[in-house]
Write a protein that binds this ligand. Structure first.
Ligand SMILES: Nc1nc2c(ncn2[C@@H]2O[C@H](COP(=O)(O)OP(=O)(O)OP(=O)(O)O)[C@@H](O)[C@H]2O)c(=O)[nH]1
Length: 587
């Protein structure tokens, strides 16, 4: 729209006349509205319809920028009447685009449909300026409803038109909208480039306030791109300008952006402090409209900082504030917030439960560790007591084994010593046993009142002949049978021993000469009469016996006693064998 024709309204410093009115819709909306009203009131009769339409378009935009609904209603109604009176479709479309923008920004009705209807009216327009204007108006509506799929190509197209028309302002506006669409598509790097181009173009026409306003959009992209320091610089520049021109609301929004930059730089405490003063100032200035956004921003920051109480309190306050504004958009924001609040509270409850569970888990693990430790200690105790028992058992076993071994050894030793004293063929004592016993008797000798000990030496008669006639084994058999008889006959009176091949001895302690001779005779006669087994093939056998007393007179030691008995035996052999001779009788 050829608004630059209205030179009378252009008194914005540093902005070319061509763009001055458009700049005023942003930098001085109220002043512009007043000026337009004056123009329309003063020159209503003389104003050409095109200029009237352009003035109303500017007034409508300024009204939207300054939230002046009355001025907006006035502008759209006048455009409608222009359209009706003069069949001016451009005026009708302008009214439609204004209503669309208002409705979208306020969340009332179907703003986009209104824009599409208006754009449809401009389809056949040939004037390139009007065509570009209509295209941009539709691109702006798409951008406002965040329909980037349709908005982006349209906003890129219209840039080409504005370039052809040499309209730097229009180009800058379209680039700003392109940036917004790219941001919606999460293409932050490309969006930043579009915003940078837009700012460059606004700067080139001296529209400082728009440079700053687009700078706010760019700052958001820089934050996304991790360029927090640049974002901070942009927001601080923006804030300085807003404070200088007394734009309280914009200043509050820039302060929020500064807080976001702090947060992105890891300065969470600074971010929360910045939000705290910003929210307090917004409340003090009565900027209720900004509070939901500010509180929501702080809620997110508090959540990230771990201050769940503040996060929830802010979220609740947002819901409370939005409850009074029942526009569809706000209702949807409210629902989204409520849903988010509920979800968040659930998350917090889950986190609390998880925390409690973790604590319980830790306590459980500690208890388990303690139980395991005690179990281990018990196991060790059991093991050591088992080992002790095993050791004790082992020791007992070893002791038992040692005892058994010792007993066996003793038995064995006893057997060995018995074997050492026993004649294996006949089972009677051997020479060694005889000598031990005889020595003992010699040591015991000395009591004259007791009968003297008696020693008999018994020798088989002509035993060589027996061996020679029936063989040595049968001779052994004869020896065994005769010795059995001798042992039985000696019985308890004395001790029989084999002291040589076929020579035996009998020791009778304290037996006396008379009993000794009598026993010797019984022994001799018994052998002589002893029936021998038929298999030995020996009919009978005789023995000669020499007897000596340990009387302490002629025999006082073992040697003498043995010699005396032997002499008696020799005598018995000499006298014809099968007889008993006592040593006293020999000498
Ligand atoms: N079968 C057998 N013979 C034995 C054993 N010990 C000694 N003799 C035998 O006994 C005999 C002893 O012989 P001599 O000393 O000549 O005496 P003798 O033949 O008995 O004659 P006198 O003693 O003079 O009556 C030998 O032939 C020995 O071999 C033995 O254990 N078994």
């Amino acid at each position: 729209m050829a608004v630059w024709l209205l030179a009378a309204l252009a008194h914005a410093d540093g902005v070319p006349e061509r763009y001055a009115q458009r700049y005023r819709t942003v930098s001085d909306p109220h002043g512009l509205i007043e000026d337009v009203r004056k123009q329309l009131d003063t020159h209503s009769e003389t104003l050409p319809p095109t200029q009237e339409r352009e003035l109303l378009w500017l007034m409508g935009n300024a009204a939207i920028n300054s939230n002046d609904d009355a001025a907006l209603a006035e502008a759209t109604l006048r455009l409608d009447s222009l359209a009706a009176a003069r069949d001016d479709t451009v005026a009708s479309a302008a009214a439609g685009f204004l209503r669309s923008r208002h409705d979208i920004e306020n969340g009332d009705g179907d703003g986009l449909s209104e824009a599409l209807r208006a754009a449809a009216k401009m389809q056949d327009v040939r004037d390139p300026v009007v065509a570009a204007w209509a295209k941009y108006a539709l691109c702006d509506s798409y951008t406002l409803v965040e329909d980037a799929r349709n908005g982006l190509p349209l906003c890129q197209q219209v840039q080409m038109n504005y370039r052809e028309l040499g309209d730097t302002w229009g180009l800058a506006e379209a680039e700003n909208d392109e940036g917004a669409n790219l941001a919606t598509l999460n293409r932050a790097a490309e969006a930043a480039k579009a915003y940078e181009r837009s700012r460059a173009h606004f700067r080139s026409v001296g529209a400082d306030q728009l440079v700053v306003m687009v700078g706010d959009n760019l700052a958001r992209m820089y934050l996304e791109l991790g360029r927090a320091h640049e974002a901070l610089a942009l927001s601080q520049a923006s804030l300085a300008q807003e404070q200088a021109t007394g734009r309280v609301s914009d200043a509050l929004l820039s302060r929020a952006n500064i807080a976001r930059a702090y947060e992105a730089m890891g300065r969470r405490a600074d971010a929360l402090e910045q939000m705290k003063t910003t929210i307090a100032d917004a409340q003090a200035a009565g900027k209720e409209g900004l509070l939901p956004d500010l509180l929501q921003t702080r809620s997110g920051m508090a959540e990230k900082a771990g201050n769940n109480a503040l996060a929830l309190a802010d979220a609740r306050e947002v819901i409370r504030l939005l409850a009074d504004r029942r526009s569809p958009a706000l209702r949807s924001t409210e629902s989204a917030l409520e849903a988010r609040y509920v979800t968040r509270e659930k998350e917090l409850r889950i986190r609390d439960l998880e925390h409690q569970n973790r604590l319980k888990d830790l306590a459980l693990k500690a208890a388990q560790a303690e139980a395991e430790r005690q179990d281990e200690a018990r196991r060790r105790q059991t093991l050591s007591s088992m080992i002790a028992k095993l050791v004790a058992g082992g020791l007992i076993l070893i002791a038992a084994l040692l005892f058994l071994l010792l007993r066996a050894q003793r038995r064995h030793a006893a057997e060995l010593s018995e074997q050492a004293l026993r004649d294996p063929l006949t089972g009677v004592g051997n020479r060694r046993a005889f000598l031990q016993r005889a020595s003992a008797l010699v040591r015991m000798h000395g009591d004259p009142r007791q009968p003297p000990h008696v020693l008999m030496l018994i020798d088989f008669d002509h035993f060589k002949r027996i061996n020679d006639s029936v063989g040595h084994p049968q001779g052994d058999r004869v020896l065994a049978v005769v010795v059995d008889h001798l042992r039985e006959t000696v019985g308890k009176f004395g001790h029989l021993a084999r002291i040589g091949g076929e020579e035996f001895a009998v020791l009778c302690p304290h037996f006396g000469a008379e009993a000794g001779i009598r026993l010797a005779e019984v022994l001799r006669a018994g052998v002589a009469a002893l029936p021998l087994p038929a298999e030995v093939q020996v009919e009978h056998v005789t023995v000669s016996i020499g007897l000596a007393l340990l009387d302490g007179v002629r025999c006082s030691d073992l040697d003498g006693w043995m010699r005396a008995a032997d002499a008696a035996l020799y005598a018995a052999k000499s006298y014809g064998r099968d007889r008993v001779v006592a040593s006293a009788l020999v000498s």
